[in-house]
Design a protein around this ligand. Structure first.
Ligand code: FE2
Length: 289
């Protein structure tokens, strides 16, 4: 990535990104400026709305740090094990109704154990539905409710989970703004590739909007969402990345969900992220009160 990338190569890289939805580059000896320049090949970069995590030196960078000052807020218990920075399957900025097009992650400090990032292909998940499921998914909209308390999320796996003593209760506890509910068609057409993407991720998923329009009761709508969440959790749609020094990962956030497995307390890990903006594309809409 330090060598010049001409227009032809940049075009080929964009085609590969659209074709596969996720690309891994090993052994990259680049700094923050190199990461920013590489990321710009794929679109205009945007700042993250959560100001507290932005790098002061390079505002295009968003730092994902384990083993730092924010650990107490990011620590929770899973089957009795304290875990820092574990996150359920999600798409970035999904709660704004305008998820960013993509992102680039660069490993700066590698955790000596754990700290994996999982990626899941929701275009393949859509293709993996049967005809009846595709039909019903084509008729419904789903709402996502931004919430800091994992215990209040309706479709995450809470077995063995306990919040940490400093887990945030409301967004302002850690300097985050609040967001109105975001609504998406359950199957979104990818704005560039035209692929159908199953717009179902477990984090913040809340309900089907007006389920009776699709002939469903509230209970049937909840059962359907549970089935769809079970579907996206199938390992056949997933790739879990174990980070090596020099790794750079680019993914299409309009197609792939991702998650993190977290680390044990005290383990150092630093990943720098750049965010490829949505431009004027909004995949969802904000639900007005
Ligand atoms: Fe994320």
């Amino acid at each position: 990535m330090n060598a010049p990338i001409d227009a032809n190569l940049a075009h080929q890289l964009r085609q590969l990104w659209y074709e596969h939805g996720m690309l891994l580059f090993r052994d990259q000896d680049i700094d923050a400026k190199g990461q920013i320049a590489f990321s710009r090949l794929f679109g205009t970069l945007e700042r993250h709305p959560l100001e507290v995590t932005i790098s002061h030196e390079h505002p295009e960078l968003f730092t994902l740090e384990n083993g730092g000052d924010r650990d107490p807020f990011n620590t929770a218990y899973y089957h009795g094990q304290p875990t820092v920075g574990r996150l359920d399957w999600h798409m970035d900025l999904h709660y704004t109704a305008r998820p960013n097009h993509g992102a680039v992650l660069r490993a700066v400090t590698i955790a000596d154990e754990d700290g994996e990032t999982g990626f899941g292909d929701l275009a393949r998940a859509y293709e993996g539905l049967d005809a009846d499921q595709k039909s019903i998914v084509g008729k419904i909209e789903v709402a996502y409710r931004f919430n800091m308390q994992r215990l209040d999320m309706r479709f995450v796996d809470l077995e063995g989970y306990e919040p940490g003593p400093q887990s945030p209760k409301k967004p302002s506890d850690i300097g985050f703004p609040d967001f109105a509910d975001a609504v998406y068609p359950a199957a979104v057409m990818h704005p560039v590739t035209g692929m159908r993407v199953l717009e179902i991720v477990e984090q913040f998923l809340d309900r089907v909007i007006d389920p009776e329009r699709a002939g469903l009761s509230e209970a049937q709508a909840d059962d359907l969402l549970r089935d769809l969440v079970d579907h996206i959790r199938k390992p056949e749609f997933h790739y879990f990345h174990t980070w090596q020094s020099g790794d750079v990962v680019l993914w299409d956030n309009w197609r792939f969900m991702h998650c993190t497995t977290g680390t044990r307390p005290g383990v150092k890990r630093l990943i720098n992220r750049t965010t490829i903006g949505a431009g004027d594309v909004a995949l969802g809409r904000v639900l007005k009160g």
